[in-house]
Design a protein around this ligand. Sequence first.
Ligand code: SAM
Ligand code: SF4
Length: 329
Amino acid sequence: MPPKLIDLHGRTIDYLRVSITDLCNFRCIYCRPTEGVPLVPHSDILRYEEILRIVIAARNLGIRKVRVTGGEPLVRRGVVDFISRLNSEIDLEDVALTTNGSRLPEMAKGLYQAGLKRVNISLDTLRRDCFHSITGADELDRVLKGIDECLEIGFDPIKINVVLLKGINESDIADFAGLTIEKPIDIRFIERMPFGAEVPPPNSPASFSALQTLKIIERVFGELRPMERAEMAGPATMFKIDGAKGKIGVIDPVSGHFCGTCNRIRLTARGSLRPCLLSPTEIDMKSFLRAAPNDREIEAYIKAAVLAKPASRFSNINKISVGMNSIGG
Ligand code: SAM
Ligand code: SF4
């Protein structure tokens, strides 16, 4: 029997999200702190060797799936080799990547050869002006090219994450949903979480609900077919347009609650373990790791972080002042 990591609330924790950098080539209005991302000395960011050591310990405890994220993970040098090592040196069931897609046109092939098969690409609009005003970058064409490249190479699944932004991208919803008819991609609409939301609109746009989103899609495409939950499925509730190749999902961290089935912990680029995305607790893994512990001690430290996982999220998520870029989504 493979080991199981179970928290104090009876949840099996088998999924680790690893942020490998705070840096990003985009400035998404709902993600980056407006005052900019503080420059962190290189030595404060975990080295790949250190991350691999943590992942091995986590795997020994029961972690089966790892997602590489950021900041923008594809801007960190050596990421392809890192993913190759995750795949070849550690016996994980699943290694996946979340990216803004801008570097995929030139990197997708190398990533696939490194053993990556699953990719999530974040894209909130199909309109160039809107893309620019959300991300601060004029790179929509590159992201679309990256998605096509992934389709051609054979990544499976390819998931597009769309953050719902009131007054900004409602008009894209039906177009995104329509993409699933011809292309084998999953479009997942995510309620915008009010991270660090002291910033007034437009820098901190409100979300609209997953339910409203489904209504907009059904008005255009007819009733959606609910899908069964797959094993190791994330928090998305999935649907399908009749006859479509891809699926449609909604993730409702704001209007809904999926804490009871949460299976994940996070490692930030600066080396903190974060037991819950929507609670402020962080446990400094980096200082501990750099004090030369043995493998058993690292495992015990990770286990203690899992036991610090709260039953449910912090009730006032507006008070979590850290940006999503530093946690990794
Ligand atoms: N740069 C990569 C990207 O954009 O995919 C990876 C890191 S990003 C922090 C991971 C995910 O978090 C993205 O899908 C992004 O849309 C999502 N995200 C960031 N800020 C968010 C927020 N305030 N609410 C909901 N999702 C958010
Ligand atoms: Fe960068 Fe991703 Fe945050 Fe956008 S969501 S600023 S691409 S880290």
